[in-house]
Ligand binder design. Sequence first.
Ligand SMILES: Cc1ncc(COP(=O)(O)O)c(C=O)c1O
Length: 477
Amino acid sequence: MLSKHSSCSYRYANQIGSIRSTTNERAARMSDFDPRGYLNDVYAKSGPATSRAAAEALEAADPLAHYRELFHIADPDLKYLDGNSLGRMPKATVAAVNDFLTNEWATELVDGWAHWIDQAQVAGNILGSATLGAAPGQTLVQDTTSVNFYQLCNAAIAARPGRKTVIIDASNFPTDRYILAGIAEAQGLNLVTLDNDGTGGPGAVAIDADCELITPEALEPFLTDDVAIVTLQAIHYRSGSRPDVKAITDLCRERGILVVWDASHAGGAIDLRFDEWGVDLAVGCTYKYGNSGPGSPAWLYVRKSMQTQLGTAIQGWFANHDQFAMGPFFEATDSIRRFQIASPSIMGLRAVETSYNMIAEAGMTAISQKAAVGTEFMLDLFDAWLAPLGFTLITPRNHWQRGGHITVAHPEAKQIAAAMRKFSNVIPDYRVPDSIRLAIAPLPTSYTEVWDGLDRMRALVESKRYLEIQDNGSRVT
Ligand SMILES: Cc1ncc(COP(=O)(O)O)c(C=O)c1O
């Protein structure tokens, strides 16, 4: 499994007529910042990536460095490289949640609903503007990514009557694959799984993909006039690859196909521009680079002009036009609220608002540039330290084709990841079968934290002490 990823050489065809932009145009659209040039300038003064002075110099020049102070850091020695799984806690979240408990819930009681009632939209506008490049009225913060995904896929499929095929990729996050398979089974649809990682799946078909990345050129042959929806990740959860969201959306739209993007690993790491790119539908979570806490409410985005073209897949009372008339029939309202199912978690929304206001203040330009520099820096350390120890890279080397994490593979990855926690006080995360993800969360993670974490990882693997690790039996990896 995944052997085809043992290294990712980058090919990028651009000759297909209907896929108009060139590789250079795509690169420029996806990022106009050059982390390689930036790093080379720093190294020229500080010494190479392998000297800690390089990390210190990057930190000294980091315009976001002061944000680290705004997070609760219980153990200053811990090197936390897992912000792509669960972000650190902003100190302001404690105050915001406490304030909600004491000054809203405790005192206002049920009267609070007078101003809580549209809070999913308020939080959605904050999140959409801060991280998605979305104008107000197109984003809701509610439920889980899974529920939002189920809703939007169903609504999109219903909006393409007569089309019986739905497409996903094998490397997609399991919840998306399982939910789409369930929908396909319930509705008698033909599910095509683009096998971009060698793991197969329902209706698997071979596709040419480096680092799991699906290019418009590779996707195009599968886009028949029977396809209702395609769903992909804006950053792949395992490899960290970043597809060209705009080019794929355009390509599908030309064929009447809707794309549902899962941007869980992209939001708060890369500069998403949904309105500008013409994205129709997307979902994502808030607990990774969004720093809103475990199980914090997720989001969905439906482009304004698309909203009344879609039905309400789960007809909850919040979507009803006159919600408090409590009438006998459901009539979907015509705003983004038609995708809201039920009572939002106001406490969860307070955490989301707090952390996304912080992101808005820092700005996605600076955040995405730090993610690009940080991952490029990690690649230099990978080349110098990890590759000689038998690690391979499964993340693209082009900075515009990745997000906030890199992924390295090793036959003993599971033991190494566990040993990093136990012996080195470094938290990465492990993903089956042989991958370790290493992230820079631009607001709380410092460059020296990244350097120290990878230095400890190198020392641990060199010592082979990870071989002492026995399976701890945990269900969570
Ligand atoms: C890409 C992606 N999609 C969906 C999910 C699942 O999100 P939830 O548990 O909020 O439904 C995750 C969780 O990590 C994810 O990484």
